[in-house]
Ligand binder design. Structure first.
Ligand SMILES: C[C@](O)(C(=O)O)[C@H](CC(=O)O)C(=O)O
Ligand SMILES: [Mg+2]
Length: 551
């Protein structure tokens, strides 16, 4: 720590200049920051920041490979890895690794309590999985490095086959941030410390978070999510990480919104248009509960209340009022209204009412408080347009944007891409090739085989099957368990071991795969070159896999 004001100023100025220098690189040309380099320097602490920390190196690698895909209109495709086996087997073929919140929720919660993806697992769950996988990647990289450093010639090197890049950048699921701004900060810090190259964050409430393919989703106001994204970048800046940030919007199928504070959301909020309603939905429900009604009766009450309320978006309410009040020129009035108050225009309810009053002579009845659900949330009807609006709002704060959707619909993906690119022509896009969709009924085999490339042409440069790790493991184990129960060792020898050999799957020699030779090399080094206790010496069973004198 500096001992005087002057020393501290000098250090702060030096750190500030270093940060400014860093931010002047082309990597940041599309990034918006609402704070200065000095603000960040002041929060970095007095120990010099390690600018080549592992996460930052991996983030730079990720950014460069995505930039390359963008330039070539190609795609980085990957899937959710469960464990070290997955990352090592993916490494020869796929250039990034995904870490899924859902997979962690159901198989790797740090509380060990499995469950569906409500992100109600402890907040270190996904960062811990990243740590698990990144340590494995680094270990396998070290193992390969040591083996190759023993080569005496190019011929020997070639004999080992092409080297494998185990250090494939990891992009991990940061869900909805697991709390408020301070939680987002701590979560991001854990991801960076554990080696994530990128993370994604979605615009759902963190208290009510659901998997993007489940019902009952509630989004937060646009600005609140921008604050989250800003926090992620701020944390990465403080830690000097080039962390790649993916902003996801769940608004397409969301039915709830937590607050009406942001005018950009007003177009999509559902209100009651019946002026004769006596009480709000929640008052009606509370009264019914007091009378002892429950379950089905309450559901029916809600349906009846909603039917009576005339629930609509404001522009629909306007159209209805125009048709009723001015049938002769309603078409013209409606197009006038829509031209000013479109989904992407961000007009507030007050502004929309003013336009309505001007066109119809009086404001229209529209109340978004009465239909609020009992949890206090507002009713919301999103869609592709709300996703475009949000993606555009998030774009300056994130490297990629992603619209969570309910089916793999090429036309919808095209509309979204064009909508975003109309404002940000070079925007990078991400696509969730989710196993939650039924791919076999969604499209023909021809369409399936070209789906990723066609999306790639639209700008979706990072695409991932979120839960393929889970599904492929389940299928492999189920298939083997069944066959093994019937055919015993014949099953193992022929359907596993021989297949591993035929396909050059390195794990067939799991002693070597696990790093026994590498560990022996440490043992020998520590003992002056020999070790009687080396694990891979005479007597090791892996000798049984020797072929042409080679292991
Ligand atoms: C991507 C996702 O957030 C995940 O946790 O893997 C899930 C999974 C899925 O259903 O594909 C989601 O989309 O919400
Ligand atoms: Mg998730």
């Amino acid at each position: 720590m500096a001992h005087s004001f002057a020393d501290a100023q000098t250090q702060l100025e030096r750190q500030t200049r270093e940060i400014e220098n860093w931010w002047s690189q082309p990597r940041w040309k599309k990034t918006k920051r609402i704070y200065t380099a000095r603000d960040i320097a002041a929060r970095q602490g007095s120990i010099p920041i390690e600018t080549n920390n592992a996460s930052s190196l991996m983030a730079r690698k990720l950014y460069a490979l995505l930039a390359n895909h963008h330039d070539r209109k190609t795609v980085s495709k990957t899937f959710g890895a469960l464990d070290p086996v997955h990352v090592t087997q993916m490494a020869p073929f796929l250039d990034t690794v995904y870490v899924s919140g859902w997979q962690c929720s159901s198989t790797a919660s740090t509380s060990n309590e499995p469950g569906p993806d409500l992100a109600d697992y402890p907040m270190d769950t996904v960062p811990t999985k990243v740590d698990h996988l990144f340590k494995a990647q680094r270990f396998h990289d070290r193992k390969q490095w040591e083996e190759r450093s023993r080569c005496q010639s190019q011929r020997e090197w070639n004999n080992l086959g092409p080297p494998i890049d185990y250090l494939r950048p990891i992009i991990a699921d940061a869900d909805a941030g697991h709390g408020g701004i301070t939680a987002v900060f701590k979560l991001t810090k854990m991801f960076i410390e554990n080696g994530a190259a990128g993370i994604h964050m979605e615009d759902q409430t963190s208290t009510n978070k659901k998997c993007g393919h489940m019902a009952g989703r509630c989004v937060i106001p646009v600005q609140e999510h921008i604050n989250r994204l800003t926090t992620v970048r701020m944390c990465a800046d403080i830690m000097h990480s080039d962390l790649v940030l993916v902003a996801r919007t769940d608004s397409e199928e969301a039915t709830l919104l937590s607050s009406t504070i942001d005018p950009r959301d007003h177009y999509f909020i559902v209100g009651a248009t019946n002026p004769d309603l006596q009480e709000s939905l929640s008052e009606s429900m509370d009264a019914a509960i007091l009378k002892g009604h429950g379950g089905k009766e309450l559901e029916n009450l809600e349906s009846r209340w909603c039917a009576k309320a005339g629930l609509k978006l404001f522009h629909e309410a306007f159209a209805e009022a125009a048709q009723k009040q001015k049938p002769a020129n309603s078409e013209q009035l409606i197009s006038k209204f829509n031209a000013q108050a479109g989904p992407l225009n961000g007009l507030s309810l007050r502004q929309m009412q003013a336009i309505a009053k001007k066109l119809l002579g009086a404001p229209i009845h529209f109340d978004w408080d009465l239909p609020r659900v009992r949890e206090g949330l507002y009713r919301y009807r999103g869609g592709t347009q709300s996703s475009i609006m949000r993606a555009r709002a998030f774009a300056p704060y994130a490297d990629l944007v992603w619209m969570e959707c309910n089916s793999p619909d090429y036309q919808q993906a095209k509309t979204f891409a064009e909508g975003v690119k109309a404002q940000y022509p070079d925007q990078w896009l991400a696509y969730n090739l989710s196993p939650s969709f039924n791919w076999n009924t969604a499209m023909s085999p021809m369409e399936l085989s070209s789906f990723i490339d066609r999306l790639g042409q639209l700008g979706y440069i990072w695409q991932f099957i979120t839960l393929a790790g889970l599904h492929t493991s389940a299928l492999a184990v189920n298939t083997f368990a069944k066959d093994f129960s019937q055919r015993g060792m014949l099953s193992y020898a022929t359907t596993v071991q021989q297949k591993e050999i035929d396909n050059n799957v390195d794990i067939v020699k799991h002693q070597k795969w696990s790093g026994a030779e590498y560990i022996d090399s440490l043992l020998k080094l520590a003992q002056g070159g020999v070790s009687a206790t080396a694990a891979m010496g005479v007597g090791v069973t892996e000798e049984q896999f020797r072929e042409n004198g080679k292991l």
